[in-house]
Write a protein that binds this ligand. Structure first.
Ligand code: GCU
Length: 393
């Protein structure tokens, strides 16, 4: 226990900047063999190395696409959003090694999209939802904050949603249903066994597989996003799957965009506490409770895995649990890889400014006043950023 304490320094939680102790981030651009990455081409090998480290130490290993997959339209309502949109419900059927698994997603697209016309397919925002379908899409207050379909349709975007629980239930007995039916794991899980975040992110990639077959969707312009725990999984999905054209983290915090070594707000030891969320991560992550310095990675490296694709990280002033400053700094450190690709970078020392969004050619950031939430205001910033990336013809 003494050694643990010595390594960790402060062991209580803090929400005060003055209590953040000095730390050193593992070098983003130095490969395991000691060579330094100097070009965009060289980054690819480093990227592969980092992906493996995140699998082994943080999120766990999970196979890619199933051996067989198909999807089916279950229902269609052409009068959604006051007749301005069509809402469809699909089921995705997966099969691997004789095992099967299915889950659903909903897609809403503006009416009048003519897939036969060149350039008319729409970009889509795909939300990884911690709310059930019952709650989302039927309750006005929830839709206004979590999934403002009307706003997205009005601004010319399609939007889709699926529910985390169908992939891996968000509770401590998570492994008794969902994706485990397709990819069984031993009990207890192996050190690098996948957790909930990886499972949810996997779901996002399967929805993207379907988008590639849906004519009204422009699969090269799909933004994957999530709030909080959903934001953590959106980042991991976007890191693994380079088909996502934009990756958005809304208040994702610990295990998401925030630097673990800052130990500000929620820490690894807290998130992994037995009564909290150990099942979101690989068991190996337990080794770094109050031992962040031993982690071979930090979360700026997760963000860098998205490069050079567009990436947006957002925080809220009152959401200290998620460490707004640590989220911004991770993004700014990751921007080194964007610079390597000829894009604009960000300065980690730049002070955070409220309600003053940053938009570079590939990176977005804002600090919204208020609480831990995915609000209409957040969505408006994301849509503005997408407009700037993907100008309408
Ligand atoms: C908890 C958890 C966070 C998580 C959040 C959420 O607060 O500690 O890590 O981001 O739930 O998903 O809302």
């Amino acid at each position: 226990a003494e050694i643990k304490q010595a390594e960790a320094g402060r062991t209580h939680l803090t929400f005060r900047e003055a209590e953040v102790e000095p730390y050193e981030l593992p070098p983003l651009l130095k490969r395991a063999d000691g060579t330094v990455v100097e070009t965009a081409d060289e980054w690819q090998a480093r990227r592969a190395e980092l992906l493996t480290l995140f699998e082994e130490h943080v999120y766990g290993r999970l196979p890619g696409p199933p051996e067989e997959m198909s999807f089916e339209l279950l229902s269609e309502d052409m009068s959604a959003v006051d007749g301005k949109a069509t809402r469809r419900k699909y089921r995705i059927d997966c099969q691997s090694g004789g095992r099967t698994f299915d889950f659903e997603f909903h897609l809403v697209i503006p009416n009048g999209v003519d897939p036969k016309k060149v350039d008319s397919a729409v970009p889509v925002f795909l939300l990884i939802s911690h709310r059930s379908f019952k709650e989302v899409g039927r309750k006005k207050p929830i839709d206004d904050v979590l999934w403002p379909v009307d706003l997205l349709i009005e601004r010319g975007y399609g939007t889709a949603i699926f529910v985390e629980n169908q992939l891996s239930p968000d509770n401590r007995t998570a492994f008794d249903s969902g994706l485990v039916e397709l990819h069984p794991q031993s009990d207890p899980r192996p050190a690098d066994g996948w957790g909930g975040l990886a499972a949810w992110g996997w779901g996002a990639s399967r929805v993207l597989d379907c988008f590639e077959e849906i004519d009204e969707v422009d699969a090269s312009k799909v933004a994957v996003l999530g709030h909080s725990r959903g934001g953590k999984s959106a980042l991991w999905a976007g890191a693994r799957d380079d088909r996502f054209g934009l990756v958005i983290s809304n208040n994702s915090g610990c295990g998401g965009a925030a630097l673990s070594r800052r130990r500000f707000g929620e820490t690894i030891a807290v998130i992994l506490r037995e009564d909290r969320f150990p099942y979101w991560f690989a068991p190996k992550f337990q080794d770094y409770k109050d031992r962040e310095a031993g982690l071979p990675i930090d979360q700026h490296m997760l963000l860098a895995l998205v490069a050079p694709r567009p990436l947006y990280v957002a925080s809220a002033t009152e959401d200290l649990w998620a460490d707004p400053k640590g989220e911004y700094q991770a993004l700014a450190h990751a921007s080194k890889v964007y610079e390597l690709h000829g894009h604009d970078g960000l300065d980690p020392e730049r002070p955070l400014r409220v309600s003053d969004p940053i938009q570079t050619d590939r990176l977005g950031h804002h600090l919204r006043p208020g609480k831990h939430d995915l609000s209409r205001k957040d969505w408006t910033h994301y849509i503005d950023f997408a407009d700037h990336l993907w100008p309408k013809p």
